[in-house]
Design a protein around this ligand. Structure first.
Ligand SMILES: NC(=O)c1ccc[n+]([C@@H]2O[C@H](COP(=O)([O-])OP(=O)(O)OC[C@H]3O[C@@H](n4cnc5c(N)ncnc54)[C@H](OP(=O)(O)O)[C@@H]3O)[C@@H](O)[C@H]2O)c1
Length: 325
């Protein structure tokens, strides 16, 4: 049996539950590919599954202990081997993708089904640039689609510097709407460079103290509430937060506001498929969407990476370099 290095967790908890271990190298089934991982990310989904802070995540990851013991949902690497039935990928091809059901990218190798969210890598990007295309991008895309934004809509994005927020600014601009973005002083220039039309520094101004009215308020870091944002929504305006809110109120509000109120809360269930991946790839390839990268860590430094991501202060994405040349 061939071996590989991987970051393994066998219990839920703090970042210290993650251990670097030598484990069995996975083997691709007939419809799968084996990928040599060159870059992955540590993101909030990895953190959520590792800590199981929200009990609901255990319904997917295992009630008492994790079923899949290697995290990492975003990856970029090279096809090492293709199963007998695989027709869409060849050995040596550069690929990237996303897997938040089986995870597995915090390792030297992982397997992916051919029909999963995996695609040829954008030719003009490095592994480190391609790995972070999907996590922030797909959450942003899902929420933007749910809000049915159109050219001319006026959108406010709070937390425009997170992985989701920084993707959302770029995608909303791509769809032709106007963006007011909220961030910290140090990131005002960055957010402007992503395409924001107006930038509000939250250390100086409360974004809800504005005369502007928005079609869609997207709280990409879950720091506000519908109650606070309701006055700045237009009639029929939509509020979406990436967090459940106080006492999980956003779930409840998503059920009742569409029936009883003109201003609505939505709480879309995120989905992601190959088509979405290819859409994001094309935007990345043509420079319309560029994931923001903060720090790089080596696989051996992954506990530090998790601690940083959990600080809530990362700007964009945190990259893990694996099998680096
Ligand atoms: N549980 C899950 O599975 C899961 C999965 C994905 C996402 N999420 C949630 O989605 C949210 C976003 O995740 P993310 O990875 O995109 O970003 P993140 O790491 O949570 O966000 C970091 C950014 O938020 C900004 N920020 C912090 N406090 C702020 C405030 N009061 N107002 C405005 N911005 C503020 C920080 O910018 P400054 O340095 O400028 O303050 C930093 O750039 C998180 O709440 C996360 O929990 C959850």
């Amino acid at each position: 049996m061939e071996k590989m290095k991987a970051i393994v967790y066998t219990e839920y908890g703090e970042p210290d539950v993650l251990k670097i271990q030598t484990v069995e190298k996975p083997y691709p089934k007939d419809n799968e590919v084996l990928i040599k991982i060159h870059a992955a990310t540590v993101n909030r989904t990895d953190c959520g599954f590792r800590s199981a802070e929200y009990f609901i995540s255990r319904l997917f990851s295992g009630l008492f202990k994790p079923k899949n013991t290697i995290l990492g949902n975003e990856f970029a690497g090279v096809i090492e081997e293709a199963g007998r039935e695989v027709t869409g990928f060849v050995t040596g091809e550069k690929v990237f993708g996303y897997n938040d059901t089986r995870f597995g990218a915090h390792a030297e190798y992982m397997v992916m089904p051919e029909n999963g969210a995996i695609s040829a890598m954008p030719e003009n990007l490095t592994f480190e640039e391609a790995a972070p295309i999907t996590e922030g991008g797909h959450y942003a895309l899902c929420d933007i689609r749910a809000a049915k934004i159109k050219p001319g809509h006026n959108i406010l994005i709070n937390g425009a510097t997170g992985a989701i927020g920084s993707a959302a600014v770029q995608l909303v601009k791509y769809f032709g709407a106007t963006v007011t973005a909220v961030c910290n002083t140090k990131n005002v220039e960055l957010v402007r460079s992503l395409g924001a039309d107006v930038v509000i520094d939250y250390t100086k101004e409360d974004f809800t103290n504005t005369d502007q009215r928005f079609d869609f308020v997207f709280d990409a870091v879950g720091k506000s509430s519908f109650g606070k944002c309701r006055p700045i929504l237009k009639k029929k305006g939509i509020y979406i937060s990436t967090e459940l809110g106080k006492n999980s109120e956003n779930i409840f509000l998503a059920l009742i506001t569409p029936i009883f109120f003109r201003r609505r809360v939505l709480f879309p269930i995120p989905t992601f498929n190959k088509g979405d991946l290819i859409f994001l790839r094309e935007l990345a390839e043509t420079g319309k969407y560029k994931p923001v990268i903060d720090r790089h860590y080596k696989l051996e430094q992954i506990v530090e990476a998790y601690k940083y991501v959990e600080s809530g202060q990362k700007t964009g994405n945190v990259i893990i370099s694996i099998n680096s040349r």
